[in-house]
Every structure is written in structure tokens, then in C-alpha cells.
Design a protein around this ligand. Sequence first.
Ligand SMILES: Nc1cc(-c2ccc3cc[nH]c3c2)n[nH]1
Length: 234
Amino acid sequence: MRIDIVTIFPDFFDVLEVSLLGKARSSGLLDVRVHDLRDWTHDRHRTVDDTPYGGGAGMVMKPEPWGEALDEIARDAASRPTIVFPSPAGAVFTQATAREFSGLEHIVFGCGRYEGIDERVFDYAGTLGDVRLVSLGDYVLNGGEVAVMAMVEAAGRLIPGVVGNPDSLVEESHEDGLLEYPSFTKPSVWREREVPPVLLSGNHGAVAAWRREQQIERTRARRPDLLSDQEGRA
Ligand SMILES: Nc1cc(-c2ccc3cc[nH]c3c2)n[nH]1
């Protein structure tokens, strides 16, 4: 998979050089290219924003640099990319979105800042790729970079070969629509707190049943909305 990230804070993504995604990049599983939007400006101050038509507080990102950046990236692409813009007004990113993204050939992430990007950019981007406005959740960030980092990690770790043991991807929260069961390791007693005896029993059937019950109990307590989704699927 190729990932292009367009941002006015390219250094923000230096962290993608380390850990799992860093290894995936050096092994060629993941081709991540970070671009500074200001490279597509032509004035002395490398201006990327301007005042909003209609008035209002803050600044809006100018369309011209975005148009030139997306043109150059899409022109260089082997296939029609999916162009993702984080936005509080987007569809919420879920594990299903992460799995969908992990199967794509080429994703271009556009990180907005200020009060956002001129709306015409999203329309123009539709001539170059499949445009998706995606929200990380119902809260407001200062820009798209944190959201892109989360999405790159969530999707990148699902690419075959990125995570050492693929079995570890199966029993995770949200993979089966439920929250994950609690985990324990040695010592069996820690500060007078015992590991649930069933986990020490060696009875794999009983362990599996207990874990499933824990998933349902936790989901009912913490995320009943997921349970109704599950019932909807039943
Ligand atoms: N889920 C979520 C996304 C955002 C977001 C995304 C892009 C920009 C650009 C300027 N402010 C932004 C905020 N906030 N919350």
C-alpha cells in the first residue's frame, strides 16, 4: 500500500519511522510519503490560508495549493487513489473503515488546519480519486494530523505481514463487534488480587466460554450501542 500525507506540519509524522509501521516501511510493505503543502505555494510567505468569504472568525485553507498538490500526487499514482480528508463533519472512522482502508492500493490523506479547507477542494479531488470525509469521533481537534496518524496506524497494522502474529488481530475489541475480554499474566496473585481461577484451570472450553461472557458483559456495561448493532445483525 502507498500512503501520501499532505500537511503543513510534515515533521509531525516523523514518528511513523519507528515501531511496527517503521518496520513495515523498511520492509516495503508500506510506502508512506509525507508532503509539505507549502511546497505548492508560490509567494514569498508560502501562504496556505486566507480570510473566509461571508466573514467569520479564523482562516480557511486556500484551494490553489491543494489543487496543485493533489494533481501532482494523483498524476504520479499507479491507480486511482482514495483521498481521505479528516473532518468533524465526516463519517465516523471505525474498525470496519480501518479494515477497508487496509485493503486499498493507494490512500492520499489531506490534513486540514485553521477553520478547514475551501469546500471546492473536496469537489475537485473527486475528479482525481474517491473522496472520503472521515471523523475520528465527536470532538474537535485543531487539525487533521492526529486523525491521520490514528487512521494510518489502525489500517496499517491490518496489512498482512505488518503485525508479527496475525492471530493477535482477531481477538481484539471491535474485531467481532464486541469489546475484548480482560487479560492477565504472571504473577497469579498480585497485591492480593487473584487471576480468575478459570484461566488457570487448563480447561480451554471453559476459558473460551468465560472470555465470551466477559466480552458481552463489558460491552453491555460500557458500549450498549455496540450490542444493539450486534442484535441488529442477529
Ligand atoms: N474527528 C475530528 C476531526 C477533526 C478535524 C479535522 C480537520 C481539521 C482542520 C481544522 N480543524 C480540524 C478538525 N476534529 N475532530
